[in-house]
Design a protein around this ligand. Structure first.
Ligand SMILES: Nc1ccn([C@@H]2O[C@H](COP(=O)(O)O)[C@@H](O)[C@H]2O)c(=O)n1
Ligand SMILES: C[C@@]1(CO)OP(=O)(O)OP(=O)(O)OC[C@H]1O
Length: 162
């Protein structure tokens, strides 16, 4: 059986916060604002996995009103989400994600992001694609007010498992 899911997330860029994307702390003058560490890429991947499992979204499982998730490490949240997939007998087929940001430049950090995501999902780097695009200075991403990310995942399980 194959299950696909998609995710989309946005976080505002502000001064005085670290810029953590795909588990990598990127040197930049601003960082992403959120209840957690605001890792927009790991959030969209988590949402895509939850989508494939028909389990809602990360806000449902880790509410932003719960102090337990204040400054939470999104890699830990992704690991909890991935356990939900494993518990249901799924493994990763592949994952394709896009970071939408005018700045900072993501390309130098993408290989490290892929390694981190593959590690969290027990996958090979070949199963993970992370890419980035600007919006040619248009819109909130183009003005550098925020960063968006989207993702699609394909999960697979043996027809004999429930
Ligand atoms: N924040 C970003 C945005 C883009 N890139 C890389 O630059 C290439 C060109 O981007 P365009 O928006 O002009 O298509 C793109 O292919 C990305 O590899 C980046 O590293 N960081
Ligand atoms: C990740 C959570 C954790 O409380 O908080 P935020 O960092 O605000 O991120 P968001 O993308 O709004 O998702 C909601 C929450 O699950």
């Amino acid at each position: 059986m194959i299950a696909v899911g998609q995710g989309f997330d946005v976080h505002q860029l502000v001064e005085g916060r670290p810029c953590i994307i795909g588990g990598v702390t990127i040197p930049y003058e601003k960082g992403l604002l959120g209840h957690s560490d605001a890792d927009v890429l790991l959030h969209t991947i988590s949402d895509a996995i939850l989508g494939a499992l028909a389990l809602g979204d990360i806000g449902r499982h880790f509410p932003d009103t719960d102090p337990a998730y204040k400054d939470a490490d999104s890699l830990e949240l992704l690991s909890l989400v991935w356990k939900m997939a494993l518990d249901r007998g799924y493994r990763l087929g592949n994952l394709d994600a896009t970071i939408i940001a005018e700045r900072p430049k993501m390309a130098p950090y993408v290989p490290q992001m892929v390694e981190i995501i593959a590690g969290a999902l027990g996958a090979k780097p070949e199963q993970i694609n992370v890419k980035a695009t600007t919006t040619e200075k248009l819109g909130f991403t183009g003005r550098g007010e925020g960063i968006a990310a989207q993702c699609i995942v394909c999960l697979m399980k043996d027809m004999l498992s429930s």
